[in-house]
Design a protein around this ligand. Sequence first.
Ligand code: FAD
Length: 503
Amino acid sequence: MAEREHVRVAVIGSGFGGLGAAVRLRREGVTDFVVLERASSVGGTWRDNSYPGCACDVPSHLYSFSFAPNPDWPRTFSGQEHIRAYLEHVTDLFGLRPHIRFDSEVKRMTWNGEKLRWDIETAGGNLSADFVVSATGPLSDPRIPEIPGLDSFPGEVFHSARWDHDYDLRGKRVAMVGTGASAIQIVPSIQPEVSRLTLFQRTPPWVMPRVDRAISGAERALHRALPFTAQARRGLLWGIRELQVQAFTKHPNELGFVEQLAKRNMARAIKDPALRAKLTPDYRIGCKRILLSSTYYPALAEPNVDVVAGGLSEVRGSTLVAADGTEAEVDAIIFGTGFHVTDMPIAERVVGADGRTLAETWKGGMEALRGASVPGFPNWMTVIGPNTGLGNSSMILMIESQLNYMVDFLRQLDVLGGRAALDARPGAVSAWTLRVQERMKRTVWDTGGCTSWYMDANGRNTTIWPGTTTEFRRATRRVDLAEYELVRLPAAEETARKTEVPA
Ligand SMILES: Cc1cc2nc3c(=O)[nH]c(=O)nc-3n(C[C@H](O)[C@H](O)[C@H](O)COP(=O)(O)OP(=O)(O)OC[C@H]3O[C@@H](n4cnc5c(N)ncnc54)[C@H](O)[C@@H]3O)c2cc1C
């Protein structure tokens, strides 16, 4: 039987995480790697979310790689098309294309304990790797809730992350289900063109104004001529968020004045007291992600918009029924209902040393040492793993910290030499998780009185990092070998392996 193709590292996904990993590998002199991507282009989040109004809610100079600054960001908060173009540019700039295999969805990856490698089955063929970096993204598999009767809805249905650009919304009666970060960008973008927009709101978000503006030609020229000015700008944006996060993690009660600002933002646009009451959250600001928009409330105040303060509970033909009994007849339903975050589909496809999948291992909740390593899954790490999400700053900062960890992991394996694998010790993972969860107890995410997608089915926050990005950077600078068990091949097999002739 022909030997499988073998690479040193397999990276899964080509969003910020996967592309960042590829750049860092090349910079380390590792060229024997592939990036496996299920789609046919790079970009991840910023390829898949092409809904009208899609944009970042972290300023672009911070929401970009530190090693690939872009002096030409057109706006303070750039739109999806510009971020996608930036990722395409990064791919070319660092010569990543030869490493990327498109249309190669990973179907299964299994730890092969006899050969100390991962056997990977993809839609584009099979291969094996010494080390796997799973960068499949926490927000990449759309979630549509199970609504009775939805299957028999005669109209158009799609998720915000799979926008149907062939469907013309003009003049249609449209239901928007959900009030998260995507929904509040979609609502003002489609409201002027639809005949009626019904917003099904389970929980109102806190919304702050979005101070977005075009970055002037002079500013851009300055950043191009004097790159340290762009760095200073990034540093300032980062520093402000490092200070802000203290209120989220340690002093949630101090966020009360921010609620007053958010209420004023709403009052400026929403004059109807009944609508204001519907839109006013009853939980501490920050408990769910604070959303930024200066156009959401004005759109809701328009006469062709209805806000239904009750989630969608049933579909009867073309009539949508809310939890409070309100009915609306519509032509199209758009779900802005988030993603499979704490139940990522990839976890079903990773099979560890004891034959259990990652999903089975995580049945009681996701846990990973320093957000990366899981016991029983040697030489495997995830990017944006458990408890690495941020409520107020750029995820690229966290991704880059995890990539430092990846680089050190590979260096340690080099130092160990021969066929070796590192498997996180269960005790180290428990100690890490305990520390994270202890800190979580006083954060706004745990105490703010809301139910959010940060929580898993057991009510535990397994998604957010309860500290500053600096603390996470420190925690992921090096791999501490004391936290890992060393797995080696028996000497005889090692010799056999070394004399194996590649096919
Ligand atoms: C609409 C939206 C707005 C956002 N705005 C912000 C923001 O303002 N600030 C912020 O910090 N973060 C934001 N985020 C979070 C964002 O997801 C992260 O910042 C970051 O882009 C994640 O990068 P990633 O590479 O980890 O994942 P992704 O960008 O999701 O990339 C994962 C890649 O893996 C691929 N993949 C998945 N499964 C497989 C498989 N089995 N086989 C092969 N390939 C696979 C996917 O196709 C995808 O290309 C936003 C997310 C969304 C959805």
